[in-house]
Design a protein around this ligand. Structure first.
Ligand code: ZN
Length: 418
């Protein structure tokens, strides 16, 4: 704080905060690479960025603010964005994890009540307050690493009431912490046991009417599905997407995770926000995503936890200039991961993404994957002042280090939150 008085010509407006003496990775797409300012300043007013640029170019009226924060040459990046999570669920699957390590078969685990059915059972059984209480530590772990926007899916209810309950819990989380929560309706995640072998009936009885109700209640920001041999076919997902389209809701899809069914082509044909997982994506699928502007969201946590060996076709995505995002896929079964920093390291180590690709994947491209680029994901004038200040010497440290959190402060809508 400098203690300077506010100039009279700005007295009528809210005070401007100036974050100075920083190295800034703006991720501004009009700049090359990470959009770096070596001697950068960010000015914030009413929660929005009103100036970002070199210290020497700071407009005089912002130079006299009483609220001036010396960043002591620390690095500032856009706040991180986790664009694919299943953060809300009941219970956990540590027991089956342990059973598997002790040599139990899939059947033995299923017999003991494990697998997705256990998450469905626990999520159905818990009330909203209990689900909130169980989700908060996971949410807080993400926030502690500079995350300020998080997508949360339903998909462990598989009946209308519980799917909507999960979405209400997700919305509630956004009121309890300084964070922007975005919801996805994922009733087409799996077929519940009472509809076994009757996917079409499940879609007609639960997925579609639940979508209508959730939309009417303002609970759904996008519609998602799991397109896979063990889940829903391309044609079944088309029915779900047609309904979403009729309601004006954007779509996204878990696609090409365990096999190549062509889900990405379907997603692209609906101009989906994103297609996610993509280990088995082929060149035609990559091209379709790029042409549609559909973001390729890679989820190395699930790849790691499942000990997969089929790496997503990163070079094919680069060749067609598809945008790549990274996310935790935080979920109890296949990616019990609540670190976006570790996710970036996995993206680099397991998928050979570059540092620039990893940082773009958790900021600008993650914002695109949520349809939020006009609001967040880069540090540009007019956007929400969501940024992270790091105790690092170069951005590569955010990707390189494992199990280390160098966050100095997280700024959400212009306010210091940690
Ligand atoms: Zn997922």
């Amino acid at each position: 704080m400098t203690g300077n008085s506010i100039p009279e010509n700005t007295m009528s407006q809210t005070a401007v905060s100036v974050w100075r003496n920083a190295r800034v990775a703006t991720l501004d797409p009009s700049m090359s690479g990470l959009g770096i300012l070596e001697d950068g300043v960010i000015a914030v007013q009413d929660g929005r960025i009103v100036f970002v640029g070199a210290q020497t170019e700071l407009p005089a009226e912002f130079g006299h603010t009483a609220d001036s924060i010396d960043c002591k040459r620390r690095w500032i990046t856009p706040a991180l964005i986790d664009c694919h999570t299943h953060l809300v669920f009941g219970g956990n699957r540590a027991m089956e994890f342990e059973m598997r390590l002790n040599g139990a078969s899939y059947e033995e685990i299923a017999k003991a009540g494990g697998g997705i059915v256990s998450s469905v059972r626990d999520t159905r059984a818990l009330g909203e307050d209990e689900l909130v209480a169980q989700a908060l530590p996971r949410l807080d772990a993400l926030l502690a690493e500079g995350v300020s926007t998080i997508e949360i899916k339903s998909g462990y209810g598989l009946d209308i009431e519980t799917e909507l309950k999960m979405l209400r819990v997700a919305r509630k989380l956004g009121t309890l912490r300084p964070v922007h929560i975005v919801t996805s309706y994922l009733a087409a995640h799996a077929t519940p046991s009472d509809y076994k072998g009757r996917n079409a009936d499940y879609i007609a009885d639960v997925v579609l009417p639940g979508m209508e109700r959730g939309h009417a209640d303002g609970l759904i920001d996008a519609v998602d599905g799991f397109c896979e041999g063990i889940a829903f076919s391309v044609e079944e997902m088309r029915t779900v997407f047609e309904k979403a389209k009729s309601l004006g809701l954007p779509v996204k899809l878990h696609a090409e995770q365990l096999s190549n069914l062509g889900g990405s082509q379907l997603a692209a044909s609906y101009r989906a926000l994103s297609a996610d997982h993509l280990e088995y994506l082929d060149k035609a699928g990559a091209k379709a995503l790029a042409n549609a502007g559909t973001i390729a969201v890679l989820l190395p946590g699930a790849f790691y936890a499942l000990r997969e060996t089929q790496v997503p076709p990163v070079q094919a995505l680069r060749d067609v200039c598809a945008d790549i995002a990274l996310a935790t896929d935080c979920n109890p079964g296949t990616s019990p991961l609540t670190s976006l920093l570790l996710t970036m390291n996995m993206g680099a180590t397991l998928f050979r993404l570059t540092v620039e690709e990893c940082l773009t994947a958790t900021t600008r491209n993650a914002a695109k994957a949520l349809g939020l680029l006009p609001e967040t994901g880069t540090l540009e004038v007019g956007k929400s002042a969501n940024f992270a200040i790091w105790d690092i010497e170069r951005p590569a440290e955010l990707v390189y280090r494992i199990g280390f959190n160098p966050l100095h402060a997280r700024i959400f809508k212009g306010r210091i939150t940690s």
